[in-house]
Design a protein around this ligand. Sequence first.
Ligand code: FMN
Length: 185
Amino acid sequence: MKALDNILTRTSSSILKAPCPSEEEMNLVYKAALRAPDHKWLRPSRFIQITGEGLDKLSDIFFNFGKNHVKNISKEKLKKYKSIPYRAPMIIVLVSNITKHPSVPDHEQMFTTAAAAQNILLALHALNYSGIWRTGVFAMNQEIEKSFGLGSNQKILGYLYVGTPDGKIKKIPPLDIKDFITKIE
Ligand SMILES: Cc1cc2nc3c(=O)[nH]c(=O)nc-3n(C[C@H](O)[C@H](O)[C@H](O)COP(=O)(O)O)c2cc1C
C-alpha cells in the first residue's frame, strides 16, 4: 500500500480477533514506533507486549485494582475489569519513561510516545492488522503502574489492542479540511 493511502484509510477496530502479528512483523512495527519525532533523542517510549497467558496477568491487574482501589465497586464492574483484556489477542501497553531534562519537558516526552502509538497503528494497518488505543481508568494510574513494576517516572499512556479486524470496517467520516485549517499567507 502506498504510504499516503495507508494513512488515509487507517481506522481503529474495536473488535479484534486472532491472528495478531508475528514476531517478525512486530519487529517492523516497533521499528516504525521508534521513528516517532523525539526531542533530543531521549527515547522515552517503552512497550509492554501482552499475549497468551499474559492477558490473564493483565486481567488480574485490572481486577485487583478494582477490588483494592475503587471504593464500593460493584460485582458487575469487577467482572467487567477482569474481562477487559480479552478483547484482543495482543495488547501493547504504551509507557513513557520520562527523563528530567532542562529543555525537554515531561509532556514532550509523552507526545513522543503518542506519536509512536500512531506509527504503530499505521504500521499495523500496512500489514493488514488493526488496533485501537484505549485509556479509561487504567491509564495514567499510579496503582496500575506499580502493578507493572514501573517507577514513578514511567507513565502508562494507554493500551493498544491489536489483532485482525473482526466485523465491518467502519466508514471513515468525510471531513471538510477547511474546518480545521487556518492559513496565514
Ligand atoms: C489518547 C486516546 C485515548 C482513547 N481512549 C479510548 C478509550 O478508552 N475507549 C475507546 O473506545 N476509544 C478510545 N479512544 C479512541 C479510539 O482509539 C479511536 O481513535 C476512535 O474510536 C476513533 O476511531 P478512528 O481512529 O478509526 O478514527 C482513544 C483515543 C486516544 C487518542
